[in-house]
Design a protein around this ligand. Structure first.
Ligand code: OOG
Ligand code: MG
Length: 253
């Protein structure tokens, strides 16, 4: 199969909520091919008039790498179709086998087109918020190689952002929790994310500028989960809680 065919299969899998087999090994896909396929699949969304709203980092913590068996940092693209408003109720039928994970989101205040240092970030970010990411691998059994997950836009499928607040640079040791019906089911320190979640923004600035992509003002950046992800079930109240930043929630049916 060529790259465009793979991108179309993955796009259809997401639209029809129907899993497909992994494709990297059978098609000798390398990492560069995988990112090209990711862009092609995003272009199909843009052709349907979706807008790019930001970027997400993946496998920035050991807990995530170990859960999924992939040990390299990856990045994917978010669109407005993936945005879920805080407090909304989502019908799980729109997804295949969705999981949720607690995250921290940053908002870009000035165009980023080169690799930034940690010290420079306060000039480029204006706010941060607690967030929940919903991931839904398009592959059967939620199993993939590094190339497969990259081609599948890093399992991106949904995100919920809590209340934005001014950027604070001291966030390297905040408690991050995932709660189901008010019970904590996953918990970690933000230090689990590359020792400091702001480091995810540094990594994104490097990866995006190398790929010739400009991160625009207003874009959001998800730093990557600090904990393992949990499968979603019907009739759940989900909440992400980040110490000092507050809560973010949604419900399932
Ligand atoms: C890939 C996405 C990883 C994160 O926060 O580490 C990710 C997956 O686990 O399916 O979003
Ligand atoms: Mg994530």
């Amino acid at each position: 199969m060529n790259k465009q065919e793979i991108a179309t299969i993955l796009d259809n899998a997401a639209r029809n909520a129907k899993a497909v087999p992994q494709m990297a090994a059978a098609n000798q896909m390398n990492l560069e091919d995988a990112y090209e396929i990711q862009r092609m699949a995003i272009n199909l969304r843009v052709e349907r008039s979706e807008n790019i709203t930001g970027y997400k980092l993946g496998f920035t913590s050991k807990a995530k790498m170990e859960q999924m068996g992939v040990h390299d940092l990856i990045w994917g693209i978010l669109t407005n179709e993936m945005e879920i408003k805080e407090g909304n109720t989502i019908d799980l039928k729109r997804w295949i086998h969705p999981r949720v994970e607690p995250e921290i989101a940053f908002r870009v205040s000035k165009e980023i087109n080169r690799e930034l240092t940690l010290e420079e970030l306060p000039d480029y970010l204006d706010s941060m918020a607690p967030a929940l990411e919903i991931i839904d691998s398009r592959y059967e059994n939620f199993k993939f190689s590094l190339e497969d997950v990259v081609a599948d836009n890093c399992s991106s499928t949904g995100y919920v952002i809590g209340t934005w607040q001014p950027l604070s640079t001291e966030i390297s040791n905040l408690k991050i929790e995932l709660m189901v019906h008010d019970e904590v089911v996953e918990s970690a320190s933000s230090a689990a994310i590359l020792d400091n979640p702001l480091q995810s923004v540094v990594e994104l600035s490097r990866l995006a500028s190398t790929a010739g992509i400009t991160v625009k003002k207003g874009h959001i950046i998800l730093a990557g989960a600090a904990t393992a992800a949990r499968f979603l079930e019907q009739n759940q109240n989900l909440m992400g809680r980040v110490e000092k930043l507050g809560d973010v929630s949604f419900k399932t049916v």
